[in-house]
Design a protein around this ligand. Structure first.
Ligand SMILES: Cc1cc2nc3c(=O)[nH]c(=O)nc-3n(C[C@H](O)[C@H](O)[C@H](O)COP(=O)(O)O)c2cc1C
Length: 187
């Protein structure tokens, strides 16, 4: 039997009651059976600074880079901040985009699912498009469809649970498509 695919979920929010982190927990429930899924948060990732980088990646950055390197695909759940992605997410991507001592680039060539939840009416659409722009230079391979742009998140989540059935269905379809996309890119 083939090894299970490894997918790492990254939440772009540090908030304790984050809808986007809750969305990743929903993804864990809805993930196809042949996938090993784990979630990382970005609490310990310090602000990128080339002077710090020159001294060596900080431990939390090393852990993030290793988690990404060991993954077959990434699933980023991002809030939309001011029509873009949160600084904490961009900061983590910047750290992960840098070549390591052996020239390794953890993000390069990585299949990527992009999902997001917002309390507003646009469901992170504008933030997700900014994230897609960042995937070009980092050479990630984002899945295009189906999009998961969850509007009015405060009505669809409660107590950290995604309870809206049509939304759960779209998330499930996205995850199935991400698995198929990852397998296709690995051929
Ligand atoms: C600095 C800031 C900027 C925001 N900008 C937007 C925005 O441009 N569009 C939007 O739909 N919501 C915006 N919001 C509201 C977020 O969608 C909302 O706070 C959401 O719950 C954040 O995601 P989280 O629950 O995962 O933390 C913003 C919130 C903050 C704190």
């Amino acid at each position: 039997m083939a090894d299970p695919l490894k997918i790492v979920g990254i939440s772009g929010s540090l908030r304790k009651d984050s809808f986007n982190t809750a969305l990743l927990h929903a993804a864990a429930e809805l993930m196809p059976a042949d996938v090993e899924f784990s979630i990382v948060t970005l609490h310990d990732i310090e602000l990128f600074n080339e002077d710090v980088e020159r001294e060596g990646f900080p431990a939390a950055v090393v852990a993030l880079r290793e988690a990404i390197s060991n993954a077959d695909a990434l699933l980023i759940a991002t809030p939309e901040y001011n029509y873009s992605i949160p600084g904490v997410l961009k900061n983590a991507i910047d750290w992960a985009s840098r070549p390591g001592s052996a020239g390794e680039m953890p993000l390069s060539g990585k299949p990527l699912g992009i999902i997001g939840a917002s309390v507003g009416a646009y469901g992170t659409a504008r933030g997700q498009h900014h994230l897609r722009q960042v995937t070009v230079n980092t050479n990630m391979h984002p899945l295009n469809k189906p999009e998961v742009m969850i509007t009015f998140a405060d009505k669809k989540f409660s107590a950290g649970q995604l309870h809206d059935e049509p939304t759960r269905k779209v998330v499930r379809t996205h995850l199935e498509a991400l698995v198929a996309w990852t397998k296709r890119l690995s051929q």
